[in-house]
Structure formats: structure tokens, C-alpha cells
Write a protein that binds this ligand. Structure first.
Ligand code: FAD
Length: 385
């Protein structure tokens, strides 16, 4: 593995970092505080991201993308997270890229790719992915939403929960059972257009962090879709979901690793300039130990992220590396956000400084893409097999 970056890659990283710092995340404290009451403003930043080419990074040019390799794409997404302080925006952007676009590219028919990918890349279509139900989260194979086969298509019935971008999406990748008696082998995947009759996108729900972008529930009431809406084979849904999880676990936190890098730079700067007992606080060992721990977490998060990207670039499957990367990146961001608050003292606790927001945003990461418990279980199971 060689993670030395070329001059071109570093120039792209710097350009992305500058773009994100200058153009994304305005009025963030206010938008974070108003949460789901003020959720239309993120769309302007979404459009800017699309114009910059964020959504098309690793999608081939013939489907509207930039055709970049995975490692370069990851480096750019990390830089976006460094420059943009809106973790809600960068999370859902990564979610669309890795959990919606990637499976359409990998499993879609040519018609499906041409219908959705150019619009997802240019920002005119917003995509969501929906597996979780109130009764089935960690146990995803236990979903109860059904897609009853009928002549020429399917009829969806059921309810989905915690869908990132759900309230605002134009298309949703939905998992439902076409053959409930076959259990996990009966699950299939569908691309459902938001305007389809019987597809209800519930309003955004208030949440602890990531408050600048919407999350909500779906209801399907006799929602008829054509057979062309199915992604992949009938019954292949769980395999497609596992494929998505490997990509999502590996890369959904790429931009949050950039946030950790920015957080550390901010803390180093603050610790150098904050004078207490007549000296900069970075002279106190307990403060410098925190900075050292933050640096260690950042470096290991980057290495695990780049290793997963390198393996994917080789065309290799990497379930253990994906779970390790997700587990470490998510827990490291929580720990380092706590350290950042401690280093800043009372200032770190004030909402107006934005320092406490990182902690609230980070906590979602130990739940989505599989909780930390589930990541540990996957790692341990694969060690034993
Ligand atoms: C910010 C955020 C964004 C999300 N985005 C999406 C999305 O876009 N699309 C989507 O489909 N879903 C999404 N989700 C849902 C997410 O994937 C689920 O919340 C997650 O998988 C956990 O499921 P659950 O909430 O049902 O918890 P449960 O599965 O009920 O788990 C509850 C607790 O039990 C533990 N537990 C459960 N099973 C085991 C086990 N076998 N071993 C050890 N411990 C276990 C869990 O670790 C957890 O601590 C999102 C969630 C969040 C918070």
C-alpha cells in the first residue's frame, strides 16, 4: 500500500478545502439551532457541492461523473469535511454517494444508470436509501415492508424509519420483501420515485445532531411500481444491502475525518494562544496529552480510511476493514469532540462557538451504518471464520 499523494491529488485536495471553507456552511449556528423547522437552506449548499463535482467524483463520465479513482475521491471528500463545518451536509452527501449512487452503478441496468446517475451527480435529483424499520434496525433482515409481485410490477406496503434525506428525496432505494416466507432470501431492492402514488414521505424529525439536513419516515400504502424499478434480481436485496454496507462503512465518514483534522488544528491554535496561570495552556501536560491523543486518533482514522479505499481500488472485498474503519472513525470523532470541548473550557460548551456541535454530530456515527456493537460483532465473527 502506498498512500503518498501526487502533486495533482494534493492540488485537488487544496482546491476542495478552499471551496468548502469559502462557500459551504454559512449561518450554521442558527441553522443547527432551528433544526427541522428551517430545513430548506441546505439545498443551496447541496447545489454548490453538485456544481463543484462532489456527487460525481467516482462515477464514470458517461453517467455524468468525473471518473476519479477511489483514493482521490476520498481525499477530496476528506478535504470538503475540513473546509465545511456543516457535518450534517457532508454526512448526507457521503450517504448519497456511497449508499445510493454506488449501488445504482454496480447493480443498475443501463436504463436505470442513465435515468438516475446524471441527475444525482448534477444535483437535480436527491437520493435516499431506506432499509431500517422501527422493528428492524441492527436485524435488517427482519424487515416487514412487502413488495407483492403483480402483473408488470409490485405493490409496496409498510413503513420505514430514520431515512437520511428521506423527507426531501426525489428517489429512494427501498428494501422490501417480495417473498416473506423466504426470510432474508425474499428481500429485494427497488428504486421508488418520490411522486409515485402511495409513497408518503413524512416531515423531518428533530434530532440531537446533524440538524442541518432532514431525516424522516416513509409510509407505503398500496404503492404500485413497475418491474423496471427493481434494482438487481428478485431476492438479491440482502446481498445488495451487504454490498452497500461495505462501501458505506468504509467511506461515509470520509468528510468527518476531515472535520477531525480541522478540529485538531483549531485546538492546537487555541491551546497555543489561551493563557492561564500566565502561560499558554499547551504547556500543561494534561492539555498536550489531549492534543496527542487527538492526533493519534486522526492518523489511525486516516490510515483505516485510506486502506479501505486502496482495497476497493484493487477491486477487493473488505468487510473486516470496512467495519474496523467505521468503528474507529465514528468512535474517534466522538472522543476527539469531547477533547475539543475540554480543551476550550467553558467556551467549548457554548453553542455560539460551534465546538459542542461537533460532539452532537459525531454521536450519530456510532449508530448508523451499524452500531459500534454490530461493527465489533462483525469483526469478531470474521476473525473466527
Ligand atoms: C443519524 C442516523 C442516520 C440514519 N440513516 C439511515 C438511513 O439513511 N437509512 C436507513 O435505512 N437507516 C438509517 N439509520 C438507522 C440506523 O441504521 C439504525 O438506527 C441502526 O442500524 C440501529 O438500529 P435500531 O435503531 O433499530 O437499534 P437496535 O437494533 O434496536 O439496537 C439497540 C441497541 O441494541 C444493540 N444491539 C442490537 N443487536 C445487537 C447484537 N446482535 N449484539 C450487540 N448489541 C446489539 C445495539 O448496538 C444498540 O445499542 C440512521 C440512524 C441514525 C441515527
Amino acid at each position: 500500500m502506498d498512500f503518498s499523494w501526487s502533486d495533482e491529488q494534493l492540488a485537488l485536495r487544496d482546491e476542495a478545502q478552499r471551496f468548502a471553507a469559502q462557500h459551504l456552511g454559512r449561518d450554521l449556528v442558527h441553522r443547527d439551532q432551528s433544526g427541522s423547522d428551517n430545513l430548506e437552506t441546505w439545498r443551496e449548499d447541496w447545489r454548490k457541492c453538485a456544481e463543484f463535482g462532489i456527487f460525481g467524483l467516482s462515477i464514470p463520465e458517461e453517467y455524468g461523473g468525473r471518473g476519479r479513482d477511489i483514493l482521490t475521491s476520498i481525499l477530496i471528500l476528506e478535504a470538503i469535511g475540513y473546509g465545511c463545518r456543516d457535518n450534517g451536509l457532508t454526512l448526507v452527501a457521503n450517504g448519497q454517494i456511497w449508499a445510493v449512487q454506488e449501488p445504482i452503478f454496480s447493480f443498475g441496468t443501463d436504463d436505470q444508470k442513465r435515468r438516475y446517475l446524471p441527475g444525482l451527480c448534477d444535483g437535480s435529483i436527491i437520493g435516499a436509501v431506506s432499509m431500517t424499520e422501527h422493528g428492524a434496525g441492527s436485524n435488517a433482515a427482519g424487515i416487514k415492508t412487502t413488495a407483492e409481485p403483480i402483473d408488470g410490477g409490485y405493490v409496496l406496503n409498510g413503513a420505514k424509519a430514520y431515512v437520511g434525506l428521506g423527507p426531501s428525496c426525489d428517489v429512494a432505494l427501498v428494501f422490501a420483501s417480495t417473498a416473506p416466507d423466504r426470510g432474508s432470501w425474499g428481500i429485494s431492492a427497488f428504486l421508488v420515485d418520490a411522486e409515485t402514488s402511495g409513497f408518503i414521505r413524512r416531515p423531518p424529525q428533530q434530532k440531537m445532531g446533524l440538524r442541518t439536513t432532514p431525516m424522516g419516515e416513509f409510509i407505503f400504502e398500496n404503492c404500485g411500481i413497475p418491474k423496471e424499478a427493481r434494482l438487481g434480481r428478485e431476492g438479491a436485496g440482502l446481498a445488495i444491502f451487504q454490498h452497500i454496507m461495505e462501501w458505506e462503512r468504509s467511506f461515509i465518514l470520509a468528510s468527518h475525518v476531515g472535520s477531525m483534522r480541522r478540529q485538531l488544528d483549531d485546538c492546537v491554535g487555541f491551546a497555543r494562544s489561551r493563557i492561564v496561570f500566565d502561560q499558554p495552556i499547551d504547556q500543561f501536560q494534561s492539555v498536550s496529552n489531549r492534543l496527542a491523543n487527538m492526533k493519534l486518533r486522526l492518523e489511525t482514522a486516516q490510515l483505516l480510511l485510506y486502506k479501505a479505499a486502496w482495497l476497493k481500488a484493487q477491486g477487493q472485498s473488505c468487510p473486516v476493514e470496512a467495519a474496523l474503519a467505521n468503528l474507529h472513525m465514528s468512535e474517534a470523532f466522538v472522543e476527539s469532540s469531547l477533547d475539543a470541548i475540554r480543551i476550550h473550557g467553558g467556551k467549548g460548551y457554548l453553542s455560539e462557538t460551534g465546538i459542542e456541535r461537533d460532539l452532537r454530530d459525531a454521536i450519530g456515527g456510532v449508530i448508523y451504518s451499524g452500531t459500534s456493537d454490530i461493527q465489533r460483532q462483525i469483526i469478531a465473527q470474521l476473525l473466527k471464520s
